[in-house]
Design a protein around this ligand. Structure first.
Ligand SMILES: [Zn+2]
Length: 213
């Protein structure tokens, strides 16, 4: 699986384009907006979009979804259905963050822990990692040792938990019990900012490192 990060929206959210090198079938993870940038990346890489994958229902991650479906007709997979209330409140999220209004949508498939999603001949494992939002999922490519973690974990930080139904203790458990056991060598694309590895965060991230408890 190959990937390319496309920062979108004023929040510089890391939308990712993933594709299978054998079939050139691709998925866009978290199309928050700036569809021109996403469509250019698809064209430049010469890949064929076959699905949209969503980590969670926040506007900067899903704001471009309805428009991208309108243009391409591809199905939407994710997040876990506890995030339905976030997607249903897109209108309020746009007002709250000063975004232009976007259309809402309903995922074709809600994901749950242990599911897998297909990108060409490759597959990604789905891990339910609540805390930042209750229905947040992480996509994991075991072969490439690559995780797309959305707003669960960042380089040197973790996701906010001061939104409705955020839960700090649950977020810490998601990171320590679901993500870190995948191994120190796993690289991850966070929802914002630079990539890192679980090993580096385990040693140095003050919110979740072994050293700081
Ligand atoms: Zn978020």
């Amino acid at each position: 699986m190959k990937f390319r990060i496309i920062p979108v929206t004023p929040f510089q959210q890391n939308c990712s384009l993933l594709w299978c090198e054998e079939t050139l079938e691709a998925a866009v993870v978290d199309p928050g907006g700036d569809l021109g940038l996403i469509l250019s990346a698809i064209e430049e890489e010469g890949v064929k979009l076959t699905r949209i994958l969503l980590t969670h229902g926040h506007l900067d991650h899903v704001g471009g979804t309805a428009e991208l479906v309108k243009l391409t007709g591809v199905p939407i997979e994710g997040p876990e259905q506890e995030d339905r209330f976030w997607i249903d409140s897109l209108t309020q999220q746009c007002a709250m963050f000063g975004f232009e209004q976007v259309d809402s949508f309903t995922p074709d498939r809600w994901l749950k822990d242990g599911d897998s999603v297909q990108v060409g001949r490759q597959s990604l494992e789905v891990l339910h990692c609540p805390g930042h939002t209750p229905g947040h999922v992480v996509f994991y490519d075991r072969e490439e040792q690559l995780a797309l973690v959305g707003d669960v974990l960042f380089q040197g930080s973790i996701g906010r938990t001061d939104f409705p139904r955020g839960d700090h203790a649950q977020l810490i458990r998601s990171i320590k019990e679901k993500l870190f056991p995948l191994g120190d060598d796993v690289r991850f694309v966070p929802g914002h900012g630079p990539m890192s590895t679980f090993g580096v965060e385990r040693r140095t991230n003050p919110f979740v490192s072994d050293r700081w408890g």
